[in-house]
Design a protein around this ligand. Structure first.
Ligand SMILES: [Zn+2]
Length: 305
């Protein structure tokens, strides 16, 4: 296995394990890939920040609820639900604050992974900047992610209040429901941070292949996950080559890489397939200056889009 294939296989294994294990993700890093050492720290830092913002969001709702009922002790749960739907949801700052943190995290991890992947492809072309296409993607995806998370929290808050109303509960009981909502807890922060490292790594694959002059395509490599019987459609993909910026067609569905979110669950779940760069050795043999010129050309093209 080439150096870059070994690295990509290890990154994939790390990310898959990170989504499964409860404990410290430092313990699941492969010993022989010291380049990855900084990853767990970045993921954990993001988890801590996310958890802090979720606690802040919970406090916001509980404080507002207390203030609302303290003004008038005849308030009903129906009035509280109205207050949440009409005032509080719009005043919630979580998505705004979280979007900024998510963008920082995605930028750091995508840059860090792109750097080590590029180094393992060709030491002559060192990473120095992310393309505009990737920074644009980071900006839009982090906003979207933050909004999805906030919307899910609002839906959960709403449904707890409705359940409390239907069960004829007291305001104190409804407050307890909100306090214990899993949408505000650390587990959610952990799950989302460990999922987003996968998103960053897929983008880093694309970015490093695009910026490496010797990479002229990407090859789908089937690798069976332990849990399931290999999908024949994925076995059939083994060795299929596409342009770095082109889609693969798998089982009637299009995707840029294995486990792309554009695939449906039947193609994503437990898929252990990896991408491998298709390298043109003629280009690898060019002078560092010539390679740099090719890279600059690609960056200019991506920035112009
Ligand atoms: Zn697969």
């Amino acid at each position: 296995m080439s150096k870059v294939d070994k690295l990509l296989t290890n990154i994939k294994a790390f990310i898959q394990k990170a989504e499964e294990v409860e404990g410290d993700i430092k313990d699941i890093l492969p010993n022989d890939i010291p380049e990855l050492n900084e990853l767990p720290g970045l993921v954990e830092e993001f988890e801590t920040l996310t958890a802090k913002l979720l606690r802040r969001q919970r406090k916001f709702y509980l404080d507002k609820l207390k203030a609302f009922v303290s003004k008038d002790d005849t308030e009903t749960l129906e009035a509280i639900l109205n207050y949440f739907q009409n005032d509080l949801f719009a005043a919630d700052e979580f998505a705004l604050l979280y979007g900024v943190e998510a963008a920082k995290f995605l930028e750091n991890t995508t840059a860090s992974l792109t750097k080590i992947i590029m180094e393992s492809i060709d030491k002559d072309v060192a990473f120095n900047v992310l393309s505009k296409r990737t920074t644009d993607w980071i900006e839009s995806w982090s906003k979207e992610l933050a909004e999805i998370m906030q919307l899910n929290t609002h839906k959960a808050v709403e449904s707890q209040l409705l359940e409390a109303i239907n069960a004829g509960e007291s305001i104190a009981q409804a407050e307890l429901r909100l306090k214990d909502l899993p949408q505000f807890d650390r587990k959610r922060a952990r799950a989302v941070s460990r999922t987003e490292i996968l998103t960053a790594s897929s983008q880093a694959n694309w970015e490093s292949f695009m910026q490496s002059p010797s990479v002229i395509g990407k090859k789908w490599k089937h690798s069976g996950a332990k849990k399931i019987k290999p999908r024949e459609t994925h076995v059939a993909m083994d060795g299929t080559v596409a342009g770095v910026d082109e889609l693969f067609l798998v089982d009637g569905e299009f995707g840029m890489y294995p486990r792309d979110t554009t695939f449906s669950a039947k193609n994503r779940v437990n898929c252990g397939c990896v991408l491998s760069p298709v390298v043109d050795n003629h280009i690898t043999g060019l002078s560092p200056e010539e390679k740099e010129e090719i890279r600059q050309g690609v960056l200019e093209e991506l920035d112009a889009q």
